[in-house]
Write a protein that binds this ligand. Sequence first.
Ligand code: HPA
Ligand code: ZN
Length: 330
Amino acid sequence: PRLLQFIRALPKAELHLHIEGTLEPELMFELARRNGIELPYPTVEALRAAYRFDDLQSFLDLYYAGAGVLIQEADFYDMTMAYLRRAQRDGIVHAEIMFDPQTHTARGVPMETVFAGIGRALRDARDTLGVSGYLLLSFLRHLPEADAFSTLEQALPLRDRYQDIWMGIGLDSAEKGNPPEKFARVFARCRELGFRLVAHAGEEGPAAYVRDALDILRVERIDHGVRSEEDPDLMRRLAQEKVPLTVCPLSNLRLCVFPSLEDHNLARMLRQGLMVTVNSDDPAYFGGYLADNYLACAESLGLDEAELATLAGNSIRASFLPPEQKAQWL
Ligand code: HPA
Ligand code: ZN
C-alpha cells in the first residue's frame, strides 16, 4: 500500500518501546527451548491467543511471565537484534529503548548480562544497520523506591562501559496507586547523576500524575500522557512548554484505554499544538510495530501526509540525540 510506503520512508525515532515487549512468541519458544524452560502454553498459536487484555495489569502479568525465558547474554542480544532489524524496515533511524532490569535481576540474571546483550545488539545495529539506539533504564513502580535505589546501585558500575548508549531513566509498570511522588528521591538522584528522565504517566493514572511527573520527577518527556486531556490547564501547559508525549495508539487500544482507535485523542492533541509522537510500546503483544501504528492512526483518525510527517519530525525533535544528529533527519 502506498500510504505504508510513505510512512516507512519518513525518518522516524521510536521513543517509547519496552525491549521485553518485542519478544515475539516464536522467539519466546526458541529461548524457552534453549534454556530448558517449560512455557504454560503448548504452541505459539495458543500463546498468541492469550494476548487479550482488559487493562494494563492483565497485560503486565503475561509480559513479566514471558520475560522469564531471558537468561543468557545471547537471549537479550537476539531479542534486541530482532527488534532493531524490524525497526530498520519501518524507517526507524533512532530508537530509545526502555528495559526493566528488576524483572531480570529478581530471577537471578546478573545486571551485567542484561546490559551486555542489549548493548552489543545496539552497537551492532549502529554499525551494520545504520540504526542508532539509546537505553533508558526503567524502574518498576509497583515495587518500593528502595528497590529502585538498589537497582541504580547495581547498574552504576556499568555506566562507563555503556556511556555511549545508557542515556536515561524511566518509570513503568502498574500506574494506579503508584504515583510519581513515590519515586521523587531516586529521580532526584538520577538527575544529579546527569541522566535524561522520562516517566509513564496518564495512561491509566489521572492527569495529576502527568503534572507530578513534570513537577516532582522533573522528567523531560511523558510516556503516554493521553489522560492529560481531562485537565485543560495541563493541556495548555503541555502545548506552551512543548512537552513531548510518547503516545502508543495500538497499545491504548489493546489495553482498553480507548474503546476504539476512532475514539483516540492523538489527532485532537496534535491539532491543538501538542508535541505528540507515535510509538509502539510493546509491539509483540499489541499487534503492530511503529509503521503499523502510524498507518492505523492515518486510517482511523484521518491523518494526512503532512500530519504524518509532523509526527515523524516530532519524534526526531523529542529524542535525546545531540542537535547535529537531529538536524541530519529534519
Ligand atoms: N505501561 C506501563 N508499564 C509498561 C507498559 C505500559 O504500557 N509496557 C511495559 N511496561
Ligand atoms: Zn510503555
